[in-house]
Design a binder for this molecule. Structure first.
Ligand code: KG4
Ligand code: ZN
Length: 337
């Protein structure tokens, strides 16, 4: 089954062609990062206008890259929610128009379900060579999704059988990375910049708080406030590279510790066959390393996976194609007409 999928919930315009929910023939992404660097974050109206300009060129590129015609495509999938409404509308209406014009079913997908399926994806080819399918993930799977807009711990017992075990009660981890990076003058998006500077700093230099330590849910707003006041007290030191590196390292340490502690507690409670890390923050090598280290201490360690390509970590349409395919295996497609 070949799906054409569209994602436009925030600041990435993406169109993908995905076969049987895993094999990615094309995953074209137009990032608006350059635009949002000017404002230090996403301005919803600007994002929506950028999607309007990008959507058709990205669609054309994806179809050319996959080298497919409409005859081969079985359905159109699109992100329904959550997201910025102006951004979502561009993708949703484009998908609906294509499905209507080509007489194909329209499959609507929750963006977070898309992130849950990102570790299932693999590219059809790499540097011109065909890629073999990695092993099929085995349920139950414990998934930690860490993004800019959301943060969840989900138990996947089967396709479409998801239990939300925990979520952030305020900010998502990625948002905290972005805000702290802005305070440190490191630009947008903050995650990669903080990770780079943290490598040069001392994670024990500052003792930033970890919230809700005994509870399942996540909370990062207290940490953000604590870093904010620490920087306010030491404003003059912001020009000191070593100070910035230490704040970045100590902040990253607090986020990673909070994520890993809660993840490991859930691993012990639910004994999953696999642990998946997904969402934009899954690109963080320090976080992956810490999870790997903790899992390796277990006697019956579950298999640990994260998205096989960097572009599947952050928002992309391939993950929407995967989620749509696997959920269409359970229910009848939502036909447009
Ligand atoms: O999943 P995503 O593309 O967007 C949402 O659906 O929210 O995640 C974007 C987030 C941004 O906050 C960005 O700073 C963060 O992922 N991110 C990282 C790294 N790369 C991207 N955070 C920490 N370390 C990274 N290497
Ligand atoms: Zn996302």
């Amino acid at each position: 089954m070949l799906l054409l999928s569209i994602e436009s919930s925030c600041d990435e315009t993406s169109v993908a062609l995905v076969e049987n929910g895993r094999r990615v023939l094309a995953n074209e992404i137009a990032s608006q990062i350059a635009k949002h660097v000017e404002t230090g974050g996403v301005v919803p109206e600007v994002a929506a206008r950028e999607h309007m300009t990008a959507i058709l060129p990205v669609l054309r590129l994806a179809m050319e890259k996959a080298n497919v015609t409409w005859k081969a495509i079985d359905a159109v999938a699109v992100t329904k929610e959550p997201g910025l409404i102006g951004s979502l509308v561009v993708g949703r209406m484009t998908a609906a128009a294509l499905a209507f014009a080509q007489n194909k079913p329209l499959l609507e997908v929750n963006h977070i379900h898309g992130h849950l399926y990102a570790p299932w994806l693999y590219p059809a080819e790499d540097s011109g060579k065909p890629v073999l399918a990695p092993s099929e993930p085995q349920f139950p799977i414990l998934v930690l999704t860490v993004s800019g807009g959301h943060n969840e711990l989900v138990l996947m017992r089967g396709h479409g059988d998801f239990e939300l075990l925990a979520e952030s009660i305020d900010d998502a981890a990625g948002e905290a990375f972005d805000k702290i990076a802005r305070l440190l003058g490191l630009g947008y998006p903050g995650g990669p910049a903080i990770e780079e500077r943290a490598r040069l700093g001392n994670p024990k230099a500052f003792d930033f708080p970890i919230a809700l330590r005994k509870e399942k849910n996540f909370s990062f707003s207290g940490l953000k406030t604590s870093v904010f006041y620490r920087l306010k007290e030491n404003e003059a030191q912001l020009s000191d590279e070593a100070f910035v590196n230490d704040v970045a390292a100590s902040f990253q340490e607090a986020v990673v510790q909070a994520l890993v502690e809660k993840l490991m507690r859930a691993v012990r409670e639910y004994a999953p066959k696999e642990v998946h890390l997904t969402g934009g923050v899954s690109a963080n090598r320090f976080l992956r390393g810490r999870i790997e280290e903790e899992l390796s201490r277990l006697r019956d360690a579950p298999l640990f996976r994260w998205p096989t390509k960097m572009e599947y970590c952050t928002d992309n349409a391939a993950m929407i194609g995967a989620a749509a395919y696997f959920s269409s295996q359970k229910e009848l497609p939502l036909a447009l007409t």
